[in-house]
Every structure is written in structure tokens, then in C-alpha cells.
Design a protein around this ligand. Sequence first.
Ligand code: VGL
Ligand code: ZN
Length: 200
Amino acid sequence: MDDTHILLVVDIQNDFCPGGSLAVGGGDEIVPLINSIAKDFSHVVLTQDWHPADHSSFASQHPGAAPFTQFQMYYGPQTLWPDHCVMGTRGAEFHASLDVPNVEMIIRKGYRKAVDSYSAFFENDHRTPTGLIGYLKERGFSHLTIVGLAFDYCVRYSAEDAKILGFDVTVIERATRAIDLGGTAEATRQSFTTRGIHLT
Ligand code: VGL
Ligand code: ZN
């Protein structure tokens, strides 16, 4: 791919793979495919979910609250998760088989205790930027291909923000896996179709 195309590899971390604390079914199966897709790109950005141990998206921080339920945060409803991707832990490390050359930047997200971050562009308040927009625009990238975990959370919100920001966006579905809480995978496919995000 040329210098207008960049690959965004979302959250290929141990905690999202089988054996991890927020394991996505088959999360590790996509790693060889991502490795091979990445060989076609001269430019790659990785994201890394990176939470303090007392992060507000963890059910453990809300007495009586169970993981996978909704909680009202100051910025709106937020799904509560099992503790995962705590900064500096093994669970937050990239999967050992991830073998991607040409990584220019790693965007860490979710490191502010009070706000979660699914999108690689904005935190879940939809206002606090990660800096990725400036990076991509300044470097002249116009086409973004997205792979990784999870299809219906971090991949979804990254793709939607990228499209709103004017990028041409492609998600390679077979190089993703979904958490699928109550139909979120199908809702993601429909949203992509409606918004003109290419799903291959
Ligand atoms: C993710 C839930 C919580 C993701 C991150 O990478 O999709 N999902 N944190
Ligand atoms: Zn997270």
C-alpha cells in the first residue's frame, strides 16, 4: 500500500485473548492473519488499552455492580467490564505472536481513571482527543484499514470516528472478533453499512 494508506491494529493484547480477563472468543486466531495483512502496509499504528488498576470502567470499582452491566457515568452510559489491561501487567502486553513491522506509533487509551476510551480517536466523552487525528492528517494519510479487537467496541468506534473525520475506512471483518453483548456485532455491521464504512 502507498503512503496514503495506514493500517490500524486495535488492542491485540493478552487480556482480550483466550486466557485473558476479558477474553474475546477466538481473539488469538486473528493474529496470524493480521501479521500477513500488515506485510502489505508501509505504515501501521497499534492501539493498546491501558488502564490504571482503579479505572472507572471496571465493575470492581462500583460496589454491587456486575461486569457487563450498564453504569451511568458523567459522560453517559458505560458498560462495566472485568478488570483488564491494567498498565504494566502481562494482560496489557501485546499478544506474543503479533509480528508487525512498520509500526510507527502506539496509541495508548483509557489511561484516565474517570473516562473509558473505545475509539482510537476520542475518549468515551466524545470530546477528549487521543492525538491520532493530528498524526494521521499531518502525515497525509487518507485511507485507514482497521483490524483487531473487539469488532463491536474499539474497532467499531474507531471506524465510526475515522469515517466522521473524513477518512476512507475499511474494516476487514475476518481479522476481527466480537464481544457481542446482546446483538452488538450485528448492530456494528448495520452501522458500518449505513455510514459507508467498507466491510470486507
Ligand atoms: C475494549 C472493552 C473494554 C476493546 C476495551 O478493545 O474493544 N472493549 N476495553
Ligand atoms: Zn478497556
